[in-house]
Design a protein around this ligand. Structure first.
Ligand code: NHW
Length: 398
């Protein structure tokens, strides 16, 4: 809305030069959906990488290599996203990074690192992966850009714009001209702004590590009782998704996602990659009707632990993040309650969800509380009608 734009009406020397929605265009209804600038001939795309400060060099990160994967893992473990109070830092696992980056049709050239020339130490990273994303009635080939990271010692030296320009160049070389990304920071211009909600599964640990606080007039034992969950799931026919379910889940999901303004255009190979369960990476469950064996409902979450910075007793917060959920027969709150039960069985400490898709229908009833973090969604070189609500968004980025 215009308030948050005014609050953030500061200059963005880099983003003002890019084909993204600019603050001055917010509320200009003469602008229609579609590319902000047309593609240039491929032969006009710059052939050489952008210049880095002389002590640094580009590297393409081969995530098949155990050694490179280890280096990326450590860079992110020590330098990636922290909360505002610097109490927690995302700790994506190596298996997760491999899953997130080696997607159907991926380009190795889009997994970009920067090394110090002398020590060869990896000091910065940015990635893109290809995705078909539908915006209203158009399916657009895009890059999903993620894992932008600059080593703490190299911050505020304008390295991030160089990384962004380089990934853009390499995406252009594949004849792709649009991208989707999310960030906790406000830059020109979010298509929508979402809020994280958190459901305590292990309230004592969450309070001990400072993730949450004891409510007013609450004791620890009352809090533990409040968040207690049944030992086993309640919906008849609820089971883990298997490879053989890919066709049915694809149909269910495509049909469901068609109602949102922005959503991935999933084919069977995408569903096989993104949603077939992988231990400690992604969990998917469905409801198979005990009568006719029809697949009627689906839910999923991914595993993204955070390091707990400076706590004597606990080093990791085990968090599950709501991914794609579809209900046609089982009410969504009941389905998600079963997801919470599974997450509790798997010893997650907290279950997180954004207020996107139909998530608002279960957040309050299932005792999720609003977090202080916001997540802004962005498109590069693609304009969408301003004023989109989180509930009109059908896209989850990792
Ligand atoms: S969001 C997670 C980003 N990573 C982190 O927060 C990790 C911890 N922080 C850092 O490593 C998910 C650094 O602080 C980073 C900035 C590297 C974030 N997105 O180098 P400078 C993603 O990965 C702008 C976009 O001096 P720094 C999505 C900032 O506004 N821009 O800063 C990534 C300023 O520009 P301005 C961001 O602190 C999407 C400039 O960078 C940003 O040393 C990328 C300052 O640069 C962010 N999260 O490094 C865009 N954070 O105009 C993809 C800061 O305001 C676009 N900035 O002056 C699409 C490309 C593909 C197109 C294909 C057609």
């Amino acid at each position: 809305d215009s308030m948050s734009i005014d609050d953030n009406n500061k200059r963005h020397k880099f983003w003002e030069t890019q084909p993204v929605g600019q603050y001055k265009d917010v509320g200009d209804f003469t602008l229609t959906d579609g590319p902000i600038e047309p593609p240039t001939p491929l032969s006009d795309v710059k052939q050489e990488p952008y210049n880095l400060p002389t002590a640094y060099e580009w590297t393409t990160c081969d995530m098949d290599s155990q050694e490179t994967c280890d280096e990326v893992y450590l860079l992110l473990m020590n330098n990636y996203v922290e909360d505002d109070e610097n109490m927690f830092r995302f700790n994506y696992s190596k298996e997760f990074l491999r899953w997130a980056l080696r997607v159907p049709g991926y380009y190795r050239s889009w997994h970009i690192g920067v090394r110090a020339k002398n020590s060869k130490k990896l000091v910065a990273f940015i990635t893109g992966v290809p995705a078909r994303i539908r915006v209203n009635d158009k399916v657009v080939n895009m890059a999903e850009v993620n894992f932008l990271c600059v080593h703490k010692k190299l911050r505020l030296k304008r390295l991030a714009p160089v990384l962004i320009k380089e990934v853009t160049r390499r995406v252009h070389l594949e004849d792709i001209w649009q991208a989707a990304y999310t960030a906790g920071v406000v830059i020109p211009t979010p298509i929508t702004t979402c809020q994280y909600w958190h459901r305590s599964l292990n309230p004592k640990k969450l309070i001990d590590v400072g993730f949450s606080r004891l409510g007013a007039r609450m004791t620890m034992s009352r809090t533990i009782k409040l968040y207690k969950l049944p030992d086993s799931t309640v919906t008849p026919g609820f089971r883990k998704m298997e490879l053989r379910d890919v066709p049915a889940v694809t149909r269910l999901l495509r049909n469901y996602l068609s109602q949102f303004v922005v959503a991935p255009d999933f084919h069977e190979d995408d569903v096989e990659h993104w949603l077939v369960p992988r231990d400690n990476v992604v969990d998917s469950y469905l409801v198979e009707s005990p009568q006719n064996h029809e697949i009627t409902d689906f839910c999923s979450f991914y595993t993204l632990p955070s390091s707990i910075l400076g706590n004597q007793t606990h080093s990791t917060l085990k968090a599950a993040y709501s991914y794609y959920n579809v209900s046609t027969k089982t009410p969504l709150p009941q389905l998600m309650n079963d997801a919470l039960i599974i997450a509790k069985q798997k010893e997650f400490d907290v279950f997180n969800a954004l207020d996107i898709m139909h998530n608002e229908s279960f957040l309050k009833d299932l005792k999720f509380g609003p977090g202080d973090g916001q997540l802004h969604y962005y498109l590069y070189n693609y304009r969408v009608r301003s004023g989109m609500k989180p509930s009109e968004l059908g896209l989850v980025l990792l």
